[in-house]
Design a protein around this ligand. Structure first.
Ligand code: DP6
Length: 335
């Protein structure tokens, strides 16, 4: 991982007017997303520039709503899921630091109110949808009218996977090569897949012991398997795009599962080892493999945590609902 000589404030500054003009109120929504080809590893920690391109599917209406208005008290206020947060909390600090990239010292006290409608039982990260919704809300509040690619780049500076949450459907985040990262942006694929379903299987809601950022760094620094990851991710991305274009479910599912397992292999071979799985995670994997043996077309993917996301088509819904009674089902193309 290299340390960038370019800081995010100077990149953002290039796209803003010298003085911001604000509206009364802005409201935005961004969906959460699940990667089929994972982003794992940064080549630039300041700008969240990835080592590999990735591909995800957005979760339709499940994500973050963020609204921004003026704060009459003269102080910023940060709200999350209908509660006022302390300005010292991690969440508030991240939000305010991000908003400051736009305000650049101008005194514009704001209320930033975020509500996540991701099912609490789902065990899904909300930072991707959160930063994407914040960028969209800031764009609206300051009437910036930035292009989607710029919005994606800005969201990426908050959290890498947020670059993909600017869009719905299938989304590819190109790693890019420029040092300012402005070509490291996501775009939407044309393909839709109305029968596709995602099943969320929560095995634990305990907060992950090592966050993605630290996990990626540790993996890059210590895993002997990591050097093989960028090439694997690159070829998986091509396979996935082709499988999506051909609507070849088995090929897509197998590639997504293999990609997730390969990412976890790099984590497990880090030192100290990063094992996000719990015994229950492994039990679900075995069940998925048994179901496949029995002819049910179901695959899984996993992120930096113990919960699984099943991939299947509508025709397998009833059998899977019987096998996984607590599964939450998402229709990514329900809009
Ligand atoms: C395993 O986007 O949360 O979910 O850029 O440090 O905020 P930061 O990391 P983040 O990492 C997501 C990692 C992943 C794979 C993925 O979503 O592509």
């Amino acid at each position: 991982m290299s340390n960038s000589s370019i800081d995010k404030a100077s990149v953002v500054n290039r796209y803003l007017p010298s003085r911001l003009v604000s509206r009364e109120y802005a409201d935005a929504f961004a969906p959460s997303n699940i990667a089929l080809c994972k982003y794992w590893g940064k080549r630039d920690a300041e700008l969240n520039l990835p080592v590999n391109s990735s591909l995800s599917i957005s979760l339709a209406h499940l994500g973050s709503h963020t609204n921004i208005s003026h704060s009459e008290t003269g102080l910023d206020k940060v709200r999350l899921n209908n509660k006022d947060l302390s300005l010292d909390s991690n969440f508030s600090r991240k939000v305010i630091a991000f908003v400051d990239l736009f305000r650049r010292g101008q005194k514009i006290p704001l209320i930033v109110d975020t509500r996540n409608n991701i099912p609490t039982a789902a065990g899904l990260a909300s930072s991707a949808s959160g930063f994407a919704a914040l960028v969209l809300a800031l764009d609206d509040f300051f009437s910036l009218k930035l292009e989607n690619s710029v919005l994606s780049a800005f969201a990426r500076m908050g959290s890498g996977s947020a670059s993909r949450s600017i869009y719905s459907g299938f989304v590819r985040w190109d790693m890019g090569s420029q040092s300012d990262g402005m070509d490291s942006v996501a775009s939407q694929l044309d393909n839709r897949w109305p029968n596709l379903r995602i099943g969320l299987i929560k095995v634990s809601s305990v907060q992950k012991p090592v966050d993605s950022r630290s996990g990626m760094n540790r993996t890059i620094e210590t895993s002997k398997l990591y050097p093989s990851w960028p090439e694997q991710a690159g070829s998986d991305l091509i396979t996935l795009e082709q499988a999506i274009a051909d609507r070849d479910f088995a090929r897509m599912g197998a590639c997504a599962e293999k990609n997730a397992m390969s990412m976890h292999a790099t984590m497990m071979s880090a030192w100290p080892p990063l094992v996000y799985w719990l015994p229950e995670s492994l039990a679900v994997m075995h069940k998925v493999w048994q179901l496949r043996e029995a002819g049910v077309a179901v695959y899984f993917t996993m992120d930096a945590g113990p919960n699984l996301k099943l991939l299947f088509e509508a025709c397998s819904l009833s059998v899977l609902e019987t096998e996984f009674v607590s599964m939450e089902v998402i229709q990514p193309f329900s809009d």
